[in-house]
Ligand binder design. Structure first.
Ligand SMILES: [Zn+2]
Length: 446
């Protein structure tokens, strides 16, 4: 185990992951927004001692990081800014000067729950696709209940129709809320938008898109102009921004090697770019949402409904947490603009994102209607609706099994290891969960 590691910029995800897993003391000296994310990541990964300059972070963020440190039993030591770095590193690496509680932590290691691995999404996707009955569809989520529910008596839950909205990113661009817009669309649609923004500068690249609808994983292969199923379209009023984006597109390493630059060109907050950059797998949107859930949860932040991206994205980027202040401000402004141009759609969207969601993956999620918070780990509700991306048989089996079981209950307790459903009249259904199974309550609106 390395004693002390200094992180000055966000390293590639695999490097960052290794550093955080192998270090006992991490010094973070990155710029303010990235620093908060790096500290949060270090605490989540179970680094025993994290030290960072608090200047530039909101008081609320510092308080939340401190609470997270308490929960994970890590030491969060304020950076002593007037001590030269090398000296600080020497001091921090001398275990003799560390507090006894910290020394104990260094000896005994991180608590097991701080090191929970991500679900193995490929395995869970495979299990979803091979389930061929209601009990199998329920078990494919790593769920088990005794006695077995009478599945045939449960009513299949309807799947909510997707909302037809104007592309919110173009709306934000037209209202001057962001400097450029980056559309990834079926080619014919992209051509219509190119005509719509004919007065602007733009760059495009055509590609074939392959989509796994269960884990919401997208992969792509670039194609010559005029070919391919989809087109990326980068539009800005300032031709210099488009030229810069075009250079990035033409780099054979692709846009993902230039996340910080691309994100900044598009007006994304640096904290969210840093968090996205730190992900091990950026092609799996389910895993990205799960990472933001974990971070929000670990930091004890309240989930902001305007950042609910489980079925409809108000933001064109993934927020670093479901409480990110910059993301929240932008999403509010977008919803306000939508309210001016499409009031009915804005009202429906606002109501939809303001519901708690039990999210397993892109194909399997339920929203709780008229939900009330009963405790830190319990809600009551009137009924549930299946939400999110439809993936045919997997979603249909989910609606007829797991969603139907939840719909027949009126209260849900979501302790980490076991869940409880309470039916009218007080009858309880205990649900055991396999270790590492997907599924978490995103407590929007409660
Ligand atoms: Zn952010």
């Amino acid at each position: 185990m390395a004693d002390v590691v200094l992180i000055e910029t966000v390293p590639p995800p695999d490097v960052l992951d290794r550093v955080l897993r192998e270090s006992s003391v991490v010094l973070v000296s990155a710029p303010a927004p990235a620093r908060a994310v790096l500290v949060a990541l270090a605490l989540e990964r179970g680094v025993p001692c994290v030290t960072a300059l608090p200047i530039g972070l909101h008081d609320a963020a510092i308080r939340e990081l401190e609470q997270c440190a308490q929960r994970t039993r890590a030491a969060l030591v304020p950076w002593v800014s007037d001590v030269p770095l090398a000296q600080l590193a020497r001091t921090a690496s001398d275990r003799a000067v560390l507090a006894p509680a910290l020394r104990e932590r260094l000896t005994n290691g991180a608590p097991a729950d701080a090191l929970d691995p991500d679900p193995d999404w490929n395995v869970w996707s495979q299990r979803a696709h091979t389930a061929d009955s209601r009990p199998a569809a329920f078990a494919a989520l790593g769920l088990r209940t005794q006695p077995e529910p009478r599945w045939e008596q449960l009513t299949r839950v309807p799947q909510e129709m997707g909302l037809t909205l104007p592309p919110l990113e173009t709306l934000a661009f037209e209202r001057g809320l962001k400097p450029a817009v980056y559309l990834t669309l079926p080619r014919a649609e992209a051509e219509r938008w190119a005509t719509h923004f004919a007065g602007c500068a733009m760059a495009s690249v055509d590609y074939d898109l392959h989509h796994d609808p269960v884990v919401d994983r997208r992969t792509r292969a670039n194609r010559p102009d005029g070919h391919g199923t989809h087109r990326d379209l980068f539009i800005a009023r300032d031709p210099a921004i488009v030229r810069q984006a075009k250079t990035i597109y033409e780099d054979p390493r692709g846009p993902s090697e230039h996340l910080a630059t691309m994100g900044a060109l598009l007006g994304y907050p640096s904290c969210c770019i840093a968090a996205f950059d730190a992900l091990a797998d950026r092609s799996n949107n389910t895993a990205i949402r799960h990472a933001a859930w974990r971070r929000t949860h670990a930091l004890g932040f309240a989930f902001a409904s305007v950042l609910n991206n489980l079925a409809t994205h108000v933001l064109p980027w993934f927020p670093c947490t479901y409480a990110c202040p910059q993301s929240t401000a932008h999403a509010r402004a977008v919803l306000e603009s939508l309210g001016e141009s499409h009031p009915a759609e804005a009202t429906t969207l606002t109501a939809r994102i303001d519901r708690p969601v039990l999210y397993f993956d892109h194909a399997r999620a339920i929203a709780f209607e008229h939900a009330r918070r009963e405790s830190a780990v319990a809600i009551s509700y009137d009924r549930v609706t299946a939400v999110g991306g439809d993936s045919g048989a997997v979603t249909a089996a989910f609606c007829a099994s797991t969603a139907a079981l939840f719909d027949a209950a009126r209260a849900f307790t979501f302790d980490t290891d076991a869940w409880t459903l309470e039916r009218d009249g007080g009858a309880q259904i205990e649900i055991a969960r396999e270790r590492g199974a997907p599924g978490a309550l995103y407590p929007f609106g409660v």
